[in-house]
Design a binder for this molecule. Structure first.
Ligand code: SF4
Length: 281
C-alpha cells in the first residue's frame, strides 16, 4: 500500500463502539483499498475495545471493523457502514495489538472477537487475524450477519472457534424491509456451520413493532433449534444509544419514538426460544 496518504490520528483503542468515528480512512486511495481487501494485509477498523463480557465467552477484546452491506433500521453503529470511516490498520499492527492481551485473555478464559460493521466485508483480513489469534492460543469469535459466509472456506472456518450469528427476522419480506437485503445467505451460512458442527451463538435483536412478532420469532427459534449446534441465544433488547450517530451522520432515523422492549416482552421472546429447547440469555 502507498505510504503517501495521511491518516487522521485517533487512538485505535476506544472506550466503547458507541464513539462516533468518521472519515478516518478517507485519504486512502481507492487502489490501496482494493489491494487491502484482496490481500488482507490491511483492514479498516472502527476501534479495539477491551473488557466486553457480551461478545463471546469470558472477557473479550473486540476489534470493530468498518464496512457493512446491510442498512438495518435499528443499527446502533451506522458510522461503521462505510469502510472509509474506519482507520486503516495493517494486519501486523492489529496482531501486535492483540498480542498485548494474550496472557490476560487466557487467565480470564476470554478471547478475541471480530465484530463490526460486518467483518466479512474484509474476509481476507479477518482470516489473517483469526489465524494469528489461534496461533497465540487465543479463543476466537466472529460476530457476523452471515451474508458473506460463503467467502470463507471450510479450512478458514477452523480458525474461528465460535460464530455469533445475527438473525434479524425469519420473514423474507420483513428482512428486506429491515436490512435492505435477503435473509437467504444468512440461513445458508447457518446450515453450513451446522453441517460442519461449528458452534453458534444466535443473536436476536428485539425491537418493538419490528421484530417482536412471536410467530416470526417461533419460526426463527425452530430453525435455530433444528441446526443442532446453537449453544445459546442472546435476545438483545433494542436501545437508543446509537440514535445520536444517525443524527450526526445526517441519516434519516425512523425509530425515533420506539421505546426499548419491556422486561415482559423480552421474557416472552426468550420463552419462545426456550420452548424449542434452546438456552437463552
Ligand atoms: S448488520 Fe449490523 S452493522 Fe450492519 S447495518 Fe445491520 S446492525 Fe448495523
Amino acid at each position: 500500500m502507498s505510504e503517501s496518504h495521511t491518516v487522521q490520528q485517533v487512538s485505535l483503542e476506544a472506550k466503547s463502539p458507541f464513539e462516533l468515528r468518521v472519515n478516518l480512512g478517507k485519504s486512502v486511495p481507492e487502489s490501496d483499498v482494493r489491494s487491502a481487501l484482496a490481500t488482507g494485509d490491511m483492514g479498516f477498523l472502527h476501534s479495539f475495545t477491551t473488557g466486553s463480557a457480551l461478545d463471546g465467552p469470558g472477557v473479550r477484546v473486540v476489534a470493530w471493523t468498518a464496512g457493512c452491506m446491510w442498512r438495518c433500521l435499528y443499527c446502533h453503529n451506522p458510522d461503521t457502514w462505510t469502510m472509509s470511516n474506519g482507520m486503516p490498520v495493517t494486519v501486523a499492527k492489529a496482531i501486535e495489538e492483540l498480542r498485548k492481551y494474550r496472557h490476560g485473555l487466557k487467565i480470564m478464559s476470554g478471547g478475541f472477537t471480530l465484530s463490526g460493521g460486518e467483518p466479512l466485508m474484509q474476509h481476507r483480513f479477518a482470516v489473517k487475524l483469526f489465524t494469528a489469534a489461534k496461533a497465540m492460543g487465543i479463543h476466537t469469535a466472529l460476530d457476523s450477519n452471515g451474508f458473506y459466509g460463503s467467502r470463507l472456506t471450510d479450512t478458514e472456518l477452523e480458525a474461528i472457534d465460535l460464530v455469533l450469528l445475527d438473525i434479524k427476522t425469519w420473514d423474507p419480506d420483513r428482512h428486506r424491509r429491515l436490512t435492505g437485503m435477503d435473509v437467504g445467505p444468512t440461513l445458508d451460512f447457518a446450515r453450513r456451520l451446522a453441517a460442519l458442527r461449528r458452534p453458534i451463538w444466535l443473536r436476536y435483536v428485539l425491537v418493538p413493532g419490528l421484530t417482536d412478532d412471536l410467530e416470526d420469532i417461533s419460526q426463527t427459534a425452530g430453525f435455530a433449534a433444528g441446526l443442532g449446534t446453537v449453544e445459546r441465544v442472546d435476545v438483545l433488547p433494542f436501545h437508543q444509544m446509537g440514535r445520536f450517530k444517525w443524527k450526526q451522520l445526517g441519516i434519516d432515523y425512523t425509530l425515533e419514538t420506539v421505546e426499548p422492549p419491556t422486561a415482559e416482552l423480552v421474557e416472552r421472546a426468550c420463552a419462545v426460544f426456550r420452548a424449542t429447547g434452546l438456552k437463552t440469555y
